[in-house]
Design a protein around this ligand. Sequence first.
Ligand code: NAG
Ligand code: NAG
Ligand code: CU
Length: 182
Amino acid sequence: MAARIVAALACTVVILRLSEAAVYKVGDSAGWTTIANVDYKLWASTKTFHIGDTVMFEYNPQFHNVMRVTHPMYRSCNTSKPISTFTTGNDSITLTNYGHHFFFCGVPGHCLAGQKLDLNVLRPASSTPLSDAPTSSPSPSTTTIPSAGVPGPSPSHAASLPSAAATVVALLVSLVFANFAS
Ligand SMILES: *[C@@H]1O[C@H](CO)[C@@H](O)[C@H](O)[C@H]1NC(C)=O
Ligand SMILES: *[C@@H]1O[C@H](CO)[C@@H](O)[C@H](O)[C@H]1NC(C)=O
Ligand SMILES: [Cu+2]
């Protein structure tokens, strides 16, 4: 019996460890720019983003910036009211919510030229998400911001971990009861 509990715990630890947070450099080697004609839509479509992952925008801050915006502002390249603006040239943004995250460069003309990124953190299909906890502490330049522009309930990351923990507890309780019943 004890061995079964230990085995169940070990499996859970392995599963939680496997889902490490990833860091994605936007545009890969080209970075965040207009000159390389990077297709950021294509770039995003090749990735599967998870909560806890980080996207890193690297660019020359003399020529570019990063604005987090709503969906309507993104569609019209409207720079008047960004949710947040990043200007260091090396901005790491940790994804803390499900749904779409909209970014563009706020320098006039750059969004229209295609320097815009729409990335989607997909909700898990299963009802008991085993999403990861970012274990490493974020660096000083790392910013966490909420999702925006997507209607509907957005379960927070904080809610998913307790549900994973609850699954473990339920599993252990059922093992103990199975033992007493037999
Ligand atoms: C940009 O957005 C602001 C505020 O949401 C709005 O007042 C303005 O009319 C918009 N500009 C354009 C060109 O759509
Ligand atoms: C940008 O920051 C990351 C850490 O957040 C670091 O690993 C990387 O080397 C930095 N890149 C540049 C060009 O400074
Ligand atoms: Cu730009």
